[in-house]
Design a protein around this ligand. Structure first.
Ligand SMILES: [Zn+2]
Length: 476
């Protein structure tokens, strides 16, 4: 296996991806290198935290000088690096300009000849909101090219990895179809494509729908790349939905426009009085100093900051997976923008998928808002409580932990057996007073299911006015 998963939380994973130029730990961010533009040297990328880069094979192919150097010295020789490098195929140019001067088989062969670590077919990136018929005929052509790429790739020995794009515009049934076909090919990485226009317009919920539809089908043992996603604000969210690879052109594009990345959004240099960051750039310069520099010098420094802060967020996400606190991190991050909250709420339509991947043994449950009730720990607890064998004919359920009872009523979780009051999740949950309605309604739903499952028992409910109010609402 070329991908080994070493830790899991929510639908996120920490994994090891083997490539000819070494092992990459995921979730990974691949800085985009434009071989035509002198900016941050590819060899410096390790310094910021990069373990893998991505560049565009079509740009290299089109320039005679770059093409000849790449064929002679290899892609790594051209860029002057020894770490893994993935190549894109020109699909992005196809989306922007509507046409490219190369065929799928030519560009797949070329990527193999220059020894790219991850090769990408020339898929058709259908834009969002395309007509169903257009999206379908584009997808049929993409599927044909993927099959062709697979055959060419095999003929080169398949030492390097093959990426299989998932297309289908904003039609989730086409994304699922594309994912099903991708499972049948001998690829190593799945790449969810053509979401950049959605990300650029903050349509995060539409991206979430596409990601979740694709993930519901894609073989879970292979890594998934969200093509064009490079803003640190969305790493936690989409990692929790099962994305393993991100790529960032944003670090450079934003920097050239005086835009400063943070994990909670983008700031404009002109509006910053104090840098909220301790990277070498932000420690050694003031915003005022940067504003006085010439444009190129300034763009370079902002790009450096953008890289530092992006990799810092990747490490934070990995740590959250390792310590099973990814839900907590996502629920904090989504507070940065209403559309991120909306995107995360898409998970409600895929709770079974989430439950299938999320590990059940964790240490803490921090309730951080109404989205916390979506966590599988809540549903699992309620299902487990229904299975509890009760010997007595009469049981007492109390909302007041001060009085003796067989079960206690807790917001979020519902019925908690007295002997589990110190156990995860309910016993290890930290909440606050005056919780949102959802925390009580989900608990009362759990209570109702518990009472239905124990209809043969006499149940005495000892509840305060607050609980009574929610109980009445449910009953009415
Ligand atoms: Zn900084």
């Amino acid at each position: 296996m070329r991908f080994e998963i070493t830790a899991k939380d929510a639908m996120g994973r920490v994994g090891k991806l083997q490539t000819p130029h070494g092992v990459v730990e995921t979730p990974a961010l691949m800085p985009v290198i434009n071989p035509n533009i002198r900016f941050i040297p590819p060899a410096d990328m390790k310094k910021y935290g990069a373990e893998i880069l991505i560049t565009n094979s079509y740009i290299i192919y089109r320039s005679r000088k770059l093409r000849e150097t790449a064929l002679e010295k290899g892609l790594h020789g051209l860029l002057g690096v020894d770490i893994p490098v993935m190549t894109d195929s020109g699909s992005f140019q196809l989306m922007v300009y509507g046409d490219v001067e190369i065929t799928n088989s030519e560009i797949v062969r070329f990527q193999n000849e220059i020894k790219s670590d991850i090769v990408t077919p020339l898929d058709i990136p259908t834009p969002p909101d395309a007509e169903y018929g257009t999206a379908m005929s584009d997808l049929e052509e993409t599927l044909r090219r993927e099959k062709e790429a697979e055959e060419i790739h095999e003929s080169y020995g398949h030492d390097n990895l093959l990426s299989i794009p998932v297309q289908g515009s904003t039609h989730t049934e086409l994304r699922r179809h594309s994912a099903r076909e991708a499972n049948g090919l001998n690829g190593d990485v799945f790449a969810i494509g053509a979401v950049v226009p959605l990300l650029d317009s903050y349509r995060f919920a539409d991206v979430a729908k596409i990601v979740l539809a694709s993930k519901s089908i894609l073989t879970p043992t292979k890594p998934v790349h969200l093509f064009g996603a490079g803003h640190p604000m969305i790493f936690a969210l989409f990692t929790a939905m099962g994305i393993d690879l991100f790529d960032s052109a944003a670090y450079a594009l934003f920097a050239k426009d005086d835009r400063y990345l943070t994990p909670y959004g983008t700031l404009k240099l002109e509006e910053i009085q104090y840098f909220p960051c301790s990277c070498p750039v932000c420690l050694n310069h003031t915003p005022e100093e940067l504003r006085k520099m010439n444009k190129n010098e300034r763009a370079y420094l902002i790009a450096e900051h953008n890289l530092y802060v992006s990799f810092e967020e990747i490490r934070r996400v990995k740590q959250a997976i390792k310590s099973n606190e990814l839900f907590e991190l996502v629920e904090r991050r989504i507070r940065a923008h209403p559309y991120l909250i909306q995107a995360w709420r898409e998970i409600r339509n895929h709770l079974e998928l989430l439950e299938k991947h999320d590990p059940s043994a964790k240490k803490v449950f921090f309730y951080l808002g109404r989205e916390s009730v979506f966590r599988p720990a809540v549903k699992r607890h309620q299902e487990r409580v229904m299975q509890v064998e009760i010997e007595k004919d009469e049981i007492v359920i109390s909302s007041d932990s001060g009085i003796p009872a067989d079960f206690y009523l807790r917001p979020v979780f519902g019925v908690v057996p007295a002997e589990l009051m110190e156990s995860y999740p309910a016993g290890h949950a930290e909440t606050y007073d005056d919780l949102e309605d959802e925390a009580y309604t989900v608990a009362v739903e759990g209570l109702k299911k518990f009472m239905d499952a124990n209809r043969d028992k006499k149940i005495r409910l000892v509840v305060d006015d607050k609980w009574r109010r929610y109980l009445n609402e449910i009953q009415n």
